[in-house]
Design a protein. Sequence first.
Length: 182
Amino acid sequence: MIILCSSFLILYFLVLGFFYFFNGPTKLETLQIIIREILYIIPYGYLMLIFIEYFRYYQLKVLQTTTITILIFEIINRGSQFTNLFNYSLPRFLLPAITAIWTIAAIIWIIFLFIPKMKDYPAMISIRRYAMGLILIFFIGLSIPFLVKPDNIFAALQLLCIICAIPYIFTIDFALKLQLKE
């Protein structure tokens, strides 16, 4: 299932990036956006639950807690986007607060991923590579406004969307290492 979910997420980001690449900026209908978000959150949630179980098995409490926090706030973030589609306005502070908590949890998660020794945890290197892929996405995403002219911002966002598929390659590696060790 891990390989299937990871492959689906890779395909999801590639299709999303190339769809916009070939069609240009288009406005999706509400139902299309809801389906797209659900198609993302189900495999993503499954992968995060697998990480939670992995950290629980090895009794890595901080990693387990931060992974739960990341998953919960990702679901809340996607859910708040649903409410915005139906013209229900959330308080202005809510979305930045959700994003801030998610970002802090992700930073703590990444820091604590590099504390344990790799030989004690067989598939930890794959999770670390996944985290490095997330760091790559953060840096590219944050640097886009500074490096790209405003008329090319759409092309840069398409590239970022395609790059978002990279971390899920390492979740496939994670699944293969789990099968080899067990």
